[in-house]
Design a protein around this ligand. Structure first.
Ligand SMILES: [Cu+2]
Length: 79
């Protein structure tokens, strides 16, 4: 079985908007989305996910296109 971090991307949390369920991440290249590194807003797959991180945190995450919305489906602090 592959390690949990395989396929996860690294980024830094810039902003957490729990009320709207959104998170802004400065991220490196996202191979699965064919996206270069940038800072952007993602929808969070769950509200609980946003409680575990704060601005300035380095995170490992998975972002996917869910029905046309770029959504963070996995998120964990890298500390
Ligand atoms: Cu991006």
């Amino acid at each position: 079985m592959a390690a949990a971090t395989d396929g996860m991307s690294e980024g830094m949390v810039k902003k957490v908007d729990a009320a709207k369920g959104k998170i802004t991440i400065k991220h490196g290249p996202l191979k699965n989305l064919g996206m270069p590194g940038m800072t952007m807003v993602f929808k969070a797959a769950s509200m609980d996910m946003l409680k575990k991180v704060k601005p300035g945190d380095t995170v490992h995450f998975v972002a996917e296109d869910v029905g046309g919305t770029l959504t963070v489906t996995q998120l964990e602090s890298a500390q």
